[in-house]
Ligand binder design. Structure first.
Ligand code: NAP
Length: 285
């Protein structure tokens, strides 16, 4: 049987998920397709109805549908439940939809085991308070980070998300600060950029943190930019120059995709093959 996969999002002119998922299908000798479905927010209901009637195995969900899609789910895994968002949907034999959040898993896979151990009980700073920032915060909780400060350009808007996290993760201390006030990171063991600042096509020449602020980080601290295009953002370039440990967004992207593939097909794909396909595609930009 052909495995029918796809992604819904808007805009979606170029999806790196397609090249990764098709590489995994090919490597495992599975017959399948991965369709890019650009869906504007007002068309989401119709698209979901259409997908239900077709023979899809499952699909990925990206911006801006990760939260709205949860309304159409019949069942959710614990991480999709706690994050209130799903990036992966599996269509069960009775055509019901089960939602998963594999971004959280993907994010944690970006760290080495050594780094994860080092971060237990430590403090993190997250730039941004959008969907990805929430997944990052949950991932940091899974690792065992004990204190998280969010840096937002709108502290009031961020407060409902932070209150939600405080209720669900009472063992962790959460704070929200104005991003413009960021001046000292000396007590932070890991800094994560979950804003689009530094992304190709938007603000590739910008960094969300000034060099003099990054300089306050201690030796052995980690700077993790979840942006994957470009692979080395301005932020990571400066962090490398300062001899800080760096992690880019490619492993997060690969591992969220590998986990989704496993959920849909029951087969564990080779993440290295998926990463090679992703890097080949990124090199063409
Ligand atoms: P989002 O929901 O739109 O959230 C973006 C956040 O960044 C919001 O808090 C926004 O603030 C803030 N922000 C935007 N521009 C800013 C600026 N100039 N100054 C300060 N804050 C700013 O987007 P998202 O889904 O969380 O994605 C964020 C980034 O993560 C994107 O670059 C995306 O590509 C990346 N990402 C990577 C992966 C991966 O697998 N590697 C997965 C998901 C996302 P407001 O709330 O005030 O607008």
């Amino acid at each position: 049987m052909t495995i029918k996969l796809g992604i819904i999002g808007y805009p979606l002119s170029h999806s790196l998920s397609k090249v990764m998922q098709e590489a995994a299908l090919k490597d495992l000798g599975l017959e399948g397709t991965y369709e890019i479905m650009e869906v504007e927010p007002e068309d989401l209901i119709d698209k979901i109805k259409e997908i239900k009637c077709q023979n899809f195995t499952g699909f990925n969900v990206t911006i801006p549908h990760k939260v709205p899609v949860t309304v159409f789910l019949d069942e959710v895994d614990p991480l999709a439940d706690i994050s209130g968002s799903a990036n992966t949907v599996k269509i069960l034999p009775d055509r019901s939809f089960k939602g998963y959040n594999t971004d959280i898993y993907g994010f944690t896979q970006g760290f080495s085991e050594k780094q994860k151990n080092r971060l237990k009980g430590k403090k993190a700073a997250i730039l941004g308070t959008g969907g990805a920032a929430r997944a990052v915060a949950i991932g940091l909780n899974v690792i065992g980070v004990k204190e998280i400060d969010f840096y937002s350009r709108n502290v009031i808007n961020a407060s409902s998300m932070v209150n939600f996290l405080r209720e669900n993760f009472p063992q962790t201390v959460f704070g929200v600060k104005q991003i413009q006030s960021l001046s000292n990171l000396s007590d932070v063991s890991v800094l994560i950029n979950a804003t689009p600042i530094g992304m190709r096509g938007q603000s590739m020449d910008l960094s969300p943190v000034e060099e003099k602020v990054l300089k306050t980080m201690r030796v052995g601290s980690i700077v993790y930019d979840i942006i994957y295009n470009p692979r080395t953002t301005k932020l990571l370039e400066t962090a490398k120059k300062l001899d800080l440990e760096t992690i880019d967004g490619t492993d997060m992207l690969v591992h969220q995709g590998a986990k989704a593939f496993e959920i849909w097909t029951g087969e564990k794909p080779d993440a290295a093959i998926m990463k090679m396909a992703l890097l080949d595609s990124l090199a063409k930009w």
